[in-house]
Design a protein around this ligand. Structure first.
Ligand code: AP5
Length: 219
């Protein structure tokens, strides 16, 4: 099955997806992570998009759709979470075509609802393990042992360049003006479940699992 995790920057999509990967072996496709990988590897695409991402702008639909097509060339998994994609209605429509070629469709959209007041504090405190990419928060969701990743035992953490104030402001604006309409696209298909993502990480995990259990995906 294909799930879309939908919500503003910092709403906890990645945190919840990483949990489902570890607990149930779901595949997690974060388009933001795919793009950051291209930048880190200094590929032609990475060099091309670096300034865009760091300014908080969206990457073009054409580039995003090529990246997503490649996801299905790589391998198949029973359950795949798309985190951060689609982000425009054009992407959502084209995604239907990509999925249908692979005999798939979007089965469930989990809409992470959080007031914008919470988001700034979350993004500002975000730390990412440099070795395995696991996401933490300095206060809300720190590693169990200070300075050591729970999963890979790496000891280096980093902040994202696009979490700086001006880029973040632009990301919030684009979420409101471009991305929110994608929710209406999926609501019309009756596949959106909204959860209160302003609650504590553990409570949100439980609520996401309940939404998946309602479809018989986890028990
Ligand atoms: P992307 O990487 O997708 O960023 P985003 O959507 O802005 O989302 P974030 O990763 O910021 O937040 P999240 O919801 O995953 O929250 P997280 O779990 O980390 O995209 C980056 C860029 O790539 C875009 O700006 C764009 O340029 C480009 N891009 C990507 N996809 C694209 C597309 N489809 N089209 C065009 N361009 C695209 O949590 C945040 C923090 O809060 C963490 O510190 C976490 O520990 C903490 N936290 C999580 N849950 C809770 C909780 N319940 N309570 C308290 N703290 C919590």
């Amino acid at each position: 099955m294909v799930f879309v995790f939908f919500g503003p920057p910092g709403s906890g999509k990645g945190t919840q997806a990483q949990y489902l990967v570890k607990k149930y072996g779901f595949r997690h496709i974060s388009t933001g992570q795919l793009l950051r990988q291209e930048i880190q590897n200094k590929t032609a695409l990475g060099l091309d998009i670096k300034s865009h991402i760091e300014a908080g702008e969206l990457v073009s639909d054409g580039v995003m759709l090529e990246l997503v097509k490649n996801v299905f060339r790589d391998k198949n998994s029973e359950h795949v979470i798309f985190d951060g994609f689609p982000r425009t209605v054009h992407q959502a429509i084209a995604f239907e075509g990509i999925l249908s070629v692979n005999n798939l469709r979007v089965d469930l959209v989990i809409n992470f609802e959080v007031s914008f007041d919470h988001l700034l504090e979350r993004v500002k405190g975000r730390l990412t393990c440099k070795t395995c990419g696991h996401v933490y928060h300095e206060v809300n969701n720190p590693p169990k042992n200070v300075g050591v990743c729970d999963f890979c035992h790496g000891v280096s953490f980093e902040k994202r360049n696009d979490d700086e104030d001006s880029a973040l402001k632009r990301r919030f604006e684009l979420y409101k003006t471009e991305t929110q309409t994608v929710k209406d696209f999926y609501s019309d298909r009756g596949i959106v479940v909204s959860i209160d993502a302003s609650l504590a990480v553990e409570t949100v995990k439980k609520n996401v699992e309940e939404a998946l259990a309602d479809l018989g995906i986890v028990s």
